[in-house]
Design a protein around this ligand. Structure first.
Ligand SMILES: NC(=O)c1ccc[n+]([C@@H]2O[C@H](COP(=O)([O-])OP(=O)(O)OC[C@H]3O[C@@H](n4cnc5c(N)ncnc54)[C@H](O)[C@@H]3O)[C@@H](O)[C@H]2O)c1
Length: 312
């Protein structure tokens, strides 16, 4: 059986109510990147809780939702009664996910978040399919490793375009639609590197600090339009971004899982890498009425990594 972290999460599970346990089991099933809630689970959950989901009647745009954390957000939001618009540059996986979730529940739209024209297309597609938009999760992002002094300008600008400009364009384009629908929520995806530094990810950390700033300003400016804006700040999460071997057909999955386990057992107080389903549950909390009095805040979800300096 696993280490301290697993035992902790198991004892936390024992304290949950039956309904929450069922939902959590659904969300966590399968473990690593690309797993989690499947379409039939989502359908079952929705059917079981018809009229009782946390996002019933909501229409939510999720960027970068073809895989990783965005995919798990799309699956969980649909399970909680939402209709979702999946925007991504990865057409094949995005279309497949939308098809799996069902036409009445999900639509895929090709979206490069750095392109203004693409955002106009998202609004048109969402309103065409579902009549309104009342939520946005700005999740799309890219990571590049480089020392600052060796980072080419184009690489820095590429990261800014996707992570920072993409988030800005999302807020600017979708907030008026959310206001027109009577209010709603925006969840931006920053990072723990939006709150502290990390060597070799200068461009990325700069953009994630910017996302936290955008979150605070948007919260102030949009509160009067009944829109709450918050940010999730994940630590290390098991997706292709942190574990590119997951996408490499030649990599040995057992070997890469072992390397990931070994690294994060040492680094993270809870003793493991995070799961995309866990970030999805935080995005759900910030998109649902459970967080009705919260706006303008960054929420760290990192297994305790940022809590301080560990000795052992
Ligand atoms: N994985 C981590 O450890 C971690 C930690 C902190 C923050 N984050 C952030 O979480 C978010 C999700 O990342 P992930 O871990 O799921 O990684 P991922 O690489 O698996 O998923 C990112 C998704 O964004 C999409 N995307 C990339 N560029 C895009 C663009 N220009 N327009 C639209 N979509 C685009 C990708 O196609 C992919 O589907 C990102 O913003 C990332 O920076 C990740």
């Amino acid at each position: 059986m696993g280490g301290t972290a697993e035992r902790l999460s198991e004892s936390a599970g024992a304290r949950l109510g039956a309904g929450e346990r069922a939902r959590a089991a659904c969300a966590v099933r399968g473990g690593g990147a690309g797993s989690g809630i499947r379409a039939d689970d989502a359908h079952t959950t929705h059917t079981r809780s018809a009229g009782m989901g946390k996002l019933d009647d909501r229409v939510i745009v999720i960027t970068g939702a073809a895989r990783g954390q965005g995919e798990q957000e799309a699956r969980l939001f649909v399970a909680e009664g939402a209709r979702v618009v999946i925007g991504d540059v990865l057409d094949g996986p995005g279309e497949a996910l939308a098809e799996e979730l069902g036409e009445g529940r999900a639509r895929f739209v090709h979206l490069d978040v750095a392109r203004e024209d693409d955002w106009a297309g998202v609004v048109e597609a969402a309103k065409g399919a579902f009549g309104k938009i009342d939520g946005l999760v700005n999740n799309a992002g890219i990571l590049r490793f480089n020392e600052l002094v060796n980072t080419p300008l184009e690489e820095f600008q590429e990261v800014v375009s996707v992570n920072q400009v993409g988030c800005f364009l999302g807020i600017r384009t979708v907030a008026p639609e959310i206001a027109a629908a009577g209010g709603g929520t925006i969840v931006n995806t920053a990072s723990y590197t939006g709150l502290t530094g990390m060597a070799f990810v200068g461009a990325y950390a700069a953009t994630k600090h910017a996302v936290v700033g955008l979150t605070r300003v948007a919260a102030l400016e949009l509160a009067g339009r009944r829109i709450r804006v918050n940010a999730v700040c994940p630590g290390a999460v098991d997706t292709p971004m942190t574990n590119p071997a997951a996408l490499d057909p030649d990599a040995d999955p057992a070997e890469s899982a072992r390397a990931v386990d070994e690294l994060y057992r040492k680094l993270v107080p809870l003793g493991r890498i995070g799961r995309p389903e866990e970030v999805a549950r935080l995005a759900l909390f910030l998109s649902a009425d459970d967080s009705s009095y919260i706006t303008g805040q960054p929420f760290v979800i990192d297994g305790g990594w940022l809590a301080g300096v560990g000795l052992f």
